[in-house]
Design a protein around this ligand. Sequence first.
Ligand SMILES: CC(C)=CCC/C(C)=C/CC/C(C)=C/CC/C(C)=C/[C@@H]1[C@@H](COP(=O)(O)OP(=O)(O)O)[C@]1(C)CC/C=C(\C)CC/C=C(\C)CCC=C(C)C
Ligand SMILES: [Mn+2]
Length: 370
Amino acid sequence: MSSVVHWIVSPNESLSCVVRFMNKNVGNKKRGSSILNFSSGISVLSTDIVNSSRSSEERVYEVILKQAALVGEQKIMKRGSVDLLKHSKADAMTNPTLLNEAYDRCGEVCAEYAKTFYLVWCRRTDELVDGPNASHITPMALDRWEQRLVDLFEGRPYDMYDAALSDTVSKYPVDIQPFKDMIDGMRLDLKKSRYKSFDELYLYCYYVAGTVGLMSVPVMGIAPDSKASTESVYNSALALGIANQLTNILRDVGEDARRGRIYLPQDELQRAGLTEEDIFRGQVTEKWRAFMRGQIKRARMFFAEAEKGVAELNGASRWPVLASLLLYQQILDSIEANDYNNFTKRAYVGKAKKLLSLPMAYARTLMRSS
Ligand SMILES: CC(C)=CCC/C(C)=C/CC/C(C)=C/CC/C(C)=C/[C@@H]1[C@@H](COP(=O)(O)OP(=O)(O)O)[C@]1(C)CC/C=C(\C)CC/C=C(\C)CCC=C(C)C
Ligand SMILES: [Mn+2]
């Protein structure tokens, strides 16, 4: 039996600890979940019964179990071969030269768009709602994007970028669900600019970022000698996505507010004595500093949860994943160094620190694998 412990910090510095005991046999879901609240050392305030109204964390965990089952139970069905007749550009899928070109094109997009991360389909999806044509994007356009996703999963890519992804998902146990969920995240972005609670924000972070972790693990692979359960590795991957997105949100508070968006839990703001006007005014007060300390602490806990899973990945992936984790979490240090002024100062990690993260990550991964 494996146990996954999540610590969620609320802004008044009390801690909720969600302890899940999962039956390792995911097919036989004998699952219990209890939420323990700690406040000044006083514990166990509530017990969550399975199947009562589910929290976002529980809903997302269902997806993890499904992904883990795909790997663990070898449920992957060989996907249909590419339908060459429907889309002429699908020639790329059977012609190795064209396929190489498709992957090269993806590499070019990565070099242009992403400083730290590489996953072209995700960037293209995000560009739909954040890019230059964002004001023309309707829910219908996202429906079409989703249909195109289904097509590429079934071996009918529309263009070269799709062809590379189509090829990848036909070779690895990648499920379409996290991809669909990411599109749902973009749908959310079209209609929602406030989040009532951390539970709501957590779901958003899963959609737009946690999904990336679930897409990546089947391709990166779990080390053959790993003793960890598949679902615990997926859980760490999810945590890395959530941690990255929470960090993004904390870095971009001012920028988002100028677009009329507040990706911060409203109930927590209220408990900290802060209003929306305070955010729009953008003054760094003691209340704001205290609020930010709580938010940063929470993001760091997700990074810590993520780090546990890095050693379980295939050797070749450990170093880049740990390096990206170390780099990204330094943005939190930078917010602190800016005295929590994320309204007008952009937190960033300088070149020297970035460079230092690489050998540090390398040394750490070597130490752990010996
Ligand atoms: C066991 C374990 C720890 C496994 C690691 C699993 C893993 C590789 C997880 C990756 C997590 C990750 C990189 C999540 C992406 C988070 C993120 C920043 C999401 C952004 C969403 C939208 O936010 P927003 O609009 O606010 O941001 P911008 O201002 O627009 O930037 C995204 C933009 C979604 C799009 C995401 C990508 C383009 C990044 C995908 C990158 C990868 C999968 C590569 C990761 C590779 C390594 C080696 C870490
Ligand atoms: Mn974006």
